[in-house]
Write a protein that binds this ligand. Sequence first.
Ligand SMILES: [Ca+2]
Length: 146
Amino acid sequence: MNLSMKSAAVLDISAAALILLAPGAEANDDGKLVSVSGGYESDRWSDELYSQITFHGCYNSGTFPVAKSVDVQIWEDIKLNPDSCDNKTYTACYVGKVSNGEWTDLPAGNKQYYFKIMKIGGSKNTSGDPNLDVDKWVVDTTKADG
Ligand SMILES: [Ca+2]
């Protein structure tokens, strides 16, 4: 690599960092869930147009056996009046596969969104029994999935 190529590469990295830090830009996120109840709300992320949430490794625990499913919904974070997008039922993550939900109807313009656990095993379960564990969830805000 000659010197001019090296400087160009450094500039590219800086440009990418600036895009990641730009306020209001779409931001990917990931994490895990430990013993959450129905009604759980994720951290907020900035998004528009398209969003994808995958769950990897799902487990229900509780007093009574329940269906191996979790209902996930994206909400726009509007104070006192959050706006919901479609509900999706995830089951593959309970059997060693990846559950994939894609939302394609988010309005243009970056706003704050979060996902909410609507149902565990087919019912709201806000009491904490059963609980849900997810080894890893990933929010991908871009359509450019490799
Ligand atoms: Ca998006």
